[in-house]
Design a protein around this ligand. Sequence first.
Ligand SMILES: Nc1ncnc2c1ncn2[C@@H]1O[C@H](COP(=O)(O)OP(=O)(O)OP(=O)(O)O)[C@@H](O)[C@H]1O
Ligand SMILES: [Mg+2]
Ligand SMILES: [Zn+2]
Ligand SMILES: [Zn+2]
Length: 663
Amino acid sequence: MELMSRNDFKTIIMDQRVGRGGQKWEGTSLDYLQKVMENPSLTRFAPGRIYDMVAKYGSRDVDPSLKTRGYEDLIQYKFFDGKIFGTFEAIHDIMRFLKAAARRTETGKRILIMVGPVSSGKSTIAYLIKRGLERDDSPVYAIEGCPIQEDPLHLIPHEDREFWEEKLGVRIEGELCPVCQLNVDTEYSDEDGNILWENVPVEQFRFSEQRRKGIGTFQPSDPKSQDISELIGSVNMAKLTLHGETDPRAYQFDGELQVSNRGIVEYIEILKADVKFHYVLITAAQEQLIKAPRFPQMHIDTLILSHTNQTEYDSFKADKKNEALHDRMYPIMVPYNLRVEDEIKIYDKLIKESEFANIHIAPGTLRIAAQFAILSRLVESTKVTNFIEKMKLYNGETTEEFKKQEIDLKALRLEGRDQEEGMFGISPRFIINALNIALGMKEEKNCVNPIDIIRALRQNFEHQIGITEEDQGRFLNLLIGEKDSVSYEYKQFAKKQVNIAFLYAYEEQANALFDNYMQNAAAFCKKEKVFDSITGEYSDPDEKLMRSIEELIGVPVNSRTEFRNGIFVYKTDCMESGEPFTFTSYTPLKEAIEKKLMSDLKNVVTLTIADKTSTDEKKQKRREKAFRKLVPQDREPESHVDYCDHCANMLLAFIGEVLRKEE
Ligand SMILES: Nc1ncnc2c1ncn2[C@@H]1O[C@H](COP(=O)(O)OP(=O)(O)OP(=O)(O)O)[C@@H](O)[C@H]1O
Ligand SMILES: [Mg+2]
Ligand SMILES: [Zn+2]
Ligand SMILES: [Zn+2]
């Protein structure tokens, strides 16, 4: 690393600061009117501001197969790229809610409540929105010194509002807070009792949770000791004697709802809180009002983003006592992800943030874990043969079954949704715990491979409280069942990896097979005989050999002539454009040769792997070559795509074992 001086650091820091909201604006509400005239979006309500903040990053269309539940317009917001994977529908729902809330429609006047199983990403969504607001560079203005950073348009007297609303093309909503009211009454009125509101100072501010500006968080604690002041502030006893009971100077407007004015309040585990808190929230959401004792109602403009887990929600819903609250809430389901690819990305993200960052995770490990997690979240369906099939379909894989039956993906997903698919099962956190366990079980703590994770997963759910015996049985089947299980899938995956590695070592074999085929096919096309260099005799082209290759890619007997002729047409084209014609040139033929080699390979692989001690030079060379294919020389140490020496040996040993058992 290049050494740097103190001055170098200073320069860097100053460069970093350039253009970062440094230009703090100050003026009066008169100046502010001018600003609003130029840019009416300054006066957006909080949900609208948040909507724009997210939308500004752009969006893209999602895969059509994911557009279910009448979501023809489902899009993916880039704001969440690299941070939230899958979960498009929940985010889409939130955005739709924000739009409604920005226009103050009835829908938008409810309390948004994200409902989902543990660790489905609810807190993360809230976190990202809060941080996004802090980074947002679109300006916000407030009355200077206002404890709730309120919109300066509140200064406009009611009788004049209609005029200004029309003039500026905005909506003005809400009263001055008690502090500003007192300030205006005492400092900005003339002898005749006129309020000189245009002179009131206005400042620009930035959202900051740390500084308690526009972002709040409420977390329920012991319902007995927690009181409402956490939401709506409290009387300051020391100042009470000084100013008197109804003086705003004796009140601290520092409840979470006040702090979060103009922005967002995250309400954690909302249903764990006492109902008295709910009523405060409902009025805040419905009327944009909160009431502190002995003070006039205060106008609050904030997005209440709450969350709860599924269990809590179910019992809340079932309780008749809460009926009045039900239609005041706007639940948004945040289920687990159901796509293996997205699930792997979640683990990748979590791993990068954790102490695993330097551990080698062998190819296939995270896939296995993800497959297991997804399988645990699925509901049965008569439309597919088994869970594995469903998992693959959701992942966008086109399976044989899929092609055969033309399964309607949309119907499949809708059917799942009706049965709360994704609202139960194994969580990402559970998987990361299992990775931890896997590491703990190993002597050399540098690698985790698929076998380790299978073992660790099993251990983890057998020792986890809250997993029923029935679920344990189900999970065990999904994990290590004879067929239609994660282990079975892994065996196929591992075999393929080894085969490909060996295939590579068998390049010369592939070439030989290719030459042989071409020679026979040429003779066939020209209706000639083939010269056998060993026997020195001429014989008919070897039909059996040619067919054994062609059959592998489904060339029917009666079109073999066309197929063979086709190859020579292709070959001529190649030669004419100066390209060599090898076994990889013509894709159908390449595929066929690979398949043929693979089917012959089993014995070779078995022999080579099983017989590690063999001194046969040829065998050793092949093993070495295959090994190098698995472990490239230029391997990135943390790559999840390549094997390390240790993991490659484990893989070969595993496959050796599998093949021996299959004998
Ligand atoms: N869809 C997802 N995309 C990216 N990360 C995810 C996703 N789902 C879960 N995670 C990750 O899993 C971890 C747990 O998620 P989070 O804490 O947000 O869940 P939660 O729904 O709030 O859970 P709880 O109900 O336990 O509070 C986080 O690190 C989060 O980043
Ligand atoms: Mg949470
Ligand atoms: Zn105020
Ligand atoms: Zn390794």
